[in-house]
Design a protein around this ligand. Sequence first.
Ligand SMILES: Nc1ncnc2c1ncn2[C@@H]1O[C@H](COP(=O)(O)OP(=O)(O)OP(=O)(O)O)[C@@H](O)[C@H]1O
Length: 240
Amino acid sequence: MLEARVSFAYGEREVLKNVELSAKRGELLAVIGPNGAGKSTLLKCLVGILRPIGTVKLDGLELTGLKPAERARLITYVPQSSLPQFAFTVEEFVEMGAYITRGSVEEALKRVGLWEKRSDRITSLSGGEFQLALIARALAQGSKAILLDEPTSHLDINHALDVMELLNELKREKIIIAVLHDLNLALSYADRVLVLKGGKKAWEGPSKKLKAQIIEEVYGIRARILEVEGKRLIVAWPEG
Ligand SMILES: Nc1ncnc2c1ncn2[C@@H]1O[C@H](COP(=O)(O)OP(=O)(O)OP(=O)(O)O)[C@@H](O)[C@H]1O
C-alpha cells in the first residue's frame, strides 16, 4: 500500500496543496486532470525526485527520509517518453536502470514482449515499443511500486491498449499509478481515479463512480458518460 499526503512548491509557487492518496496492489490508480494541475509534480514527489512537505509511506515504511538510492529500490518512476538519442541495444538500455541483475533484465524483456528485439538498436524501436522498453527498465529494478507519467501519450490506440493491458497484469503484483490524459483509457482500465485541479484533489474514487459532472467542472467542458458493451466512455464538447 502506498499512502501519501503531500504539498509542494516550486520556489514561491505552491503547486500541490495537501494532496492525499492511497494506492494498493490489485488496483490501478489513474491520476487525471487538466494541463498544469500538478500530476507530474505529484508523481515526482512520490518517487523522491522532488522533496515534498508531508509523508509518503510504502507498506508502512516512511520514504521521505530515505536516500535516493534506497528509495529507488522500492519505487520506480517511468518518465514521459522521449526517444533516446544514443544507439544502445534494447537490452543495454534496460540494463542501464540501477540495481538490476542480468536475470531480471531477461525476465523484464520477456514480460513486455521485447526479448526477441533485445539486440536491436533502441533508436529503431517504435514509440510503443520504446514505452514498453521503459516499463521493462522499471520492472528490472524489482521495486514494489511503479509510477508512470503519461505512458500512452505518443501511442496509437492499439499500442496504448497493449501498455494498459500490461499495467493491468502488473497491478496484481505491484502498486501501479499512472498519469493518464486519455480519459477513456482511465475509465476503462483504472480501478480508482484521482482527479487533480489547480494542485488540489478535486475527486477520488472508484472509476465506476466518476460522474460526467466532475469532468465538466474540472476541465471546463460539457461531457456525457455513455455505456457501450459494459465500458464507460466519455464524450465531450466545448462549453458554451
Ligand atoms: N520545474 C518547474 N519550475 C517551476 N514551475 C514548474 C516546474 N515544473 C512544473 N511547474 C509548474 O507546476 C505546475 C504543475 O505542473 P505539472 O507538470 O506537475 O502539471 P501536469 O498536471 O503534469 O501538467 P501536464 O498535463 O501539462 O503535463 C504548472 O503550473 C507548471 O507550470
